[in-house]
Design a protein around this ligand. Structure first.
Ligand SMILES: NC(=O)C1=CN([C@@H]2O[C@H](COP(=O)(O)OP(=O)(O)OC[C@H]3O[C@@H](n4cnc5c(N)ncnc54)[C@H](OP(=O)(O)O)[C@@H]3O)[C@@H](O)[C@H]2O)C=CC1
Ligand SMILES: O=C(O)[C@@H]1CCC=N1
Length: 267
């Protein structure tokens, strides 16, 4: 099976790298495109066996799966460029562009007078986060006009790059806020805690190690115990102790409400 990734930036590049280390594709099954030589050179350094080109049209001809990984405002022009070479009866089209809907994608893909106008394209929207670079992405998948076999294939591809779940398109914006932007929100908590650690007397490097391992411990507890965060918090908060004082002070400064407001603003 062959896959072409149009746009080898942060996300497209990381997807290609992760897939080349997985079990479904060999590196020479993966074609990556970019605008600049510099980006293709970056991909060559990751794996010499990748097929690398600036030619988007030729890149999609032999592909079973075409992943569009350019910025959202470039999706329409890329689709218009590659459309004459696409074969809707054989190929799966995947877009990772945030906020570009199936209605828009289908419109861009089918705005044509050629004979393939009567074949509906199989489209997936896939929403990863930057942890895809280390194969630890929380990834959402929505399907349009796809068979169960194609859905299972997409889930298995993105499960090799972390944890993938199928959602209805109506939840895509919420998922993007919670996980794709959400990784930045989690990192901002980590940065805040490191700054606090320095104020408490640790060197920045030490503070970072401490906070990263503390957050990892919290995640391991939730994953292994399958528990609610509040149940784990209850184990920490000694009555009249120091933890509840810290938590209440954070809430007084609007911690929970700041997180919820940030998530809602990100949609
Ligand atoms: N960053 C994130 O956290 C997330 C991003 N997304 C989505 O992923 C998509 C890509 O984002 P991201 O990877 O961050 O962006 P980048 O800017 O890092 O990557 C975009 C890539 O597209 C390439 N490109 C631009 N024009 C063309 C063209 N005409 N032909 C071929 N390649 C082209 C660029 O090439 P060059 O480098 O040579 O200029 C670049 O490598 C966006 O739509 C975004 O919404 C989704 C989830 C999370
Ligand atoms: O900020 C953005 O628009 C993109 C989509 C989700 C993460 N980054």
């Amino acid at each position: 099976m062959k896959i072409t990734i149009i746009g080898s930036g942060n996300m497209g590049g990381a997807i290609a790298k992760g897939l080349s280390q997985g079990s479904i594709f060999q590196a020479n099954d993966i074609t990556c495109t970019a605008q600049t030589d510099e980006t293709l050179e970056k991909m060559r350094h990751i794996n010499e066996a990748f097929n690398l080109t600036h030619d988007n049209i030729n890149a999609v001809r032999e592909a079973d799966i075409v992943v569009i990984a350019v910025k959202p405002w470039r999706v329409q022009s890329i689709i218009e460029e590659i459309r004459p070479a696409l074969q809707f009866d054989k190929q799966i089209i995947v877009s990772i562009a945030a906020g570009v809907t199936f209605e828009q994608l289908n419109g861009f893909l089918t705005k044509t007078t050629t004979s393939k106008a009567h074949v509906n394209p199989v489209i997936f929207r896939v929403m990863p986060n930057t942890a895809i670079e280390v194969k630890s992405s929380m990834t959402f998948i929505s399907a349009y006009n796809a068979s169960q076999e194609q859905i299972d294939l997409l889930i298995s591809i993105f499960n090799e790059l972390g944890n993938a779940i199928l959602i209805e398109e109506r939840l895509m914006e919420a998922g993007t806020a919670l996980a794709s932007s959400g990784i930045a929100f989690a990192l901002r908590y980590i940065r805040a805690a490191i700054e606090g650690g320095v104020e408490l007397g640790f060197y920045p490097k030490q503070a970072q190690e401490i906070v990263v391992h503390t957050v990892k411990g919290a995640i391991d507890l939730l994953l292994e115990n399958k528990s609610n965060p509040e149940a784990e918090i209850d184990k920490v908060t000694t009555p009249g102790g120091i933890t509840i004082k810290g938590l209440n002070e954070m809430e007084l400064s609007g911690f929970t409400s700041a997180v919820i407001r940030g998530l809602k603003a990100s949609r």
